[in-house]
Design a protein around this ligand. Structure first.
Ligand SMILES: [Zn+2]
Length: 436
């Protein structure tokens, strides 16, 4: 290990310094003046003559400090060389690695580069183009681990009553074979009950893709049982039901249009949107007339729309087609456009959009796993047969690719707990602080 000439100035940092230089041999020294160099200068690379110490070069990094790296001079041929400054580069790499991770996590949660720049001005100021560059380089280098031997599973609950006793039916269905993996009736559906039900019936060491309704609490249970091996998808049809319920039963054409634009995020609802758009101007005129006239008009308009929607359904059924799923690019774009207009929508819609944004990774998980299901349809069908109960502004393409990769990485469990904090990395610079 490097010999350190401890002085009153660097004495308090001896531990930090020995960590920094731990990989260097006894041949090196860190002088009382803070110069890193070989104790015995090397032989000249040109003529082989022993060189001598010849001052130092200073390397500075804003806000962090400066390092002095020894220079050598050959007395025979005049060749000048400099000691390797790996330790300094490594210190900077560690710090900027952590800064990049912080910025990447903010991006993962859809924070704009403008906001990241303003946050970073409290930590280590960097302009937003530099940040964008750091984040994008880092993302490019990260690899999404491939998923093999994955189990695709649907999970759902029913709440049947046995006499006056509330019961809970928990069901696990295999997505590929549509077979029931397990099904049990409980008196409670607290997280402990669900946890032990899952542990008893699934292989918690294998990667699992599991579809559920949008209720809170599942994610924590899944994490406890499967750790980072779980990919959790929220059922998109359940989302669509919630969207429909956000609107009053008697909607205006304007509200109906917003409803279908929300449904259009993940499914192709372009024909319905086009139909409603044609009625929008007429509705504005009709609303200026008497309320009796408007009521009669809206009744006819909504009737015509229901007929149209029903016609589309029949056509799909005849052709044995499903509602067309949007690709990730279109889904993200449709969502972003709605989010931009969010302020003009009624409160329930604004809340729904905020929720979709919050749950985005769980709503879009299926896009990143081959042949993954996006809905809990199989289990709904199973339940219904077994026990009945009750385009304005395109996003930057780079931004979308970044989001896709980030979501995939997150899903792959790449973002674990940090190894070091920003402070840990900062402390390493203390011996080099620029005191001038
Ligand atoms: Zn020489």
């Amino acid at each position: 290990m490097t010999k350190m000439q401890l002085s009153l100035i660097n004495f308090p940092y001896r531990e930090t310094l020995s960590t920094i230089f731990e990989n260097y041999s006894n041949d090196f020294e860190f002088t009382a003046n803070g110069i890193f160099r070989r104790i015995v200068p090397p032989l000249c690379p040109e003529c082989g003559y022993p060189m001598s110490h010849n001052g130092f070069n200073t390397y500075q990094k804003g806000h962090l400090g400066e390092a002095n790296v020894g220079k050598y001079l050959c007395g025979a041929c005049g060749k000048s060389t400099q000691e390797d400054r790996d330790f300094w580069i490594k210190l900077k790499t560690n710090l900027f690695g952590i800064i990049t991770e912080i910025c990447t996590r903010l991006r993962l949660n859809h924070v704009s580069y403008e906001v990241i720049e303003s946050v970073m001005s409290y930590l280590y100021p960097r302009d937003k183009d530099t940040i964008r560059n750091m984040v994008q380089c880092a993302i490019e280098e990260m690899e999404v681990p491939s998923v093999k031997n994955i189990q695709f599973v649907h999970y759902d609950e029913q709440h049947p009553k046995a006499g006056r006793n509330q019961k809970y039916r928990l069901t696990l269905l295999d997505s590929v074979t549509r077979q029931v993996i397990a099904e049990e009736l409980f008196d409670s559906k607290d997280s402990g009950t669900i946890e032990s039900f899952l542990r008893r019936n699934l292989d918690s060491h294998r990667q699992i893709f599991i579809v559920t309704d949008l209720y809170r609490g599942y994610s924590d249970v899944f994490k406890r049982v499967f750790g980072n091996k779980v990919i959790h998808q929220f059922c998109l049809l359940h989302l669509n039901k919630l969207i429909v319920n956000d609107f009053p039963r008697k909607t205006s054409v304007e509200q109906e249009l917003i409803k279908y634009r929300l449904l259009n995020i993940f499914y192709n609802r372009a024909p319905e949107i086009e139909f409603l758009s044609c009625l929008i101007e007429e509705e504005k005129t009709m609303k200026q007339r008497s309320s009796r006239e408007y009521k009669s008009w809206i009744k006819d308009a909504k009737h015509a729309f229901r007929e149209f929607v029903h016609g589309l359904e029949l056509k799909r059924r005849r052709e044995n087609k499903k509602l067309e799923q949007r690709n990730y690019y279109d889904a993200l774009n449709n969502f972003k456009i709605l989010k931009m207009e969010s302020d003009s929508f009624m409160i329930s819609v604004r809340k729904r959009l905020a929720k979709i944004e919050e749950l985005w990774p769980n709503l879009t998980a299926f896009y990143f796993v081959d042949n993954a299901p996006a809905t809990n349809n199989p289990i709904e069908n199973y339940y219904s047969t077994s026990l009945k109960t009750h385009r304005k502004k395109q996003l930057e393409e780079l931004g979308i690719e970044e989001q896709m990769k980030l979501s995939a990485l997150k899903r792959a469990g790449v973002f674990g707990k940090p190894q070091k904090t920003l402070l840990d990395a900062f402390f390493m610079f203390i011996p080099f602080l620029d005191t001038g």
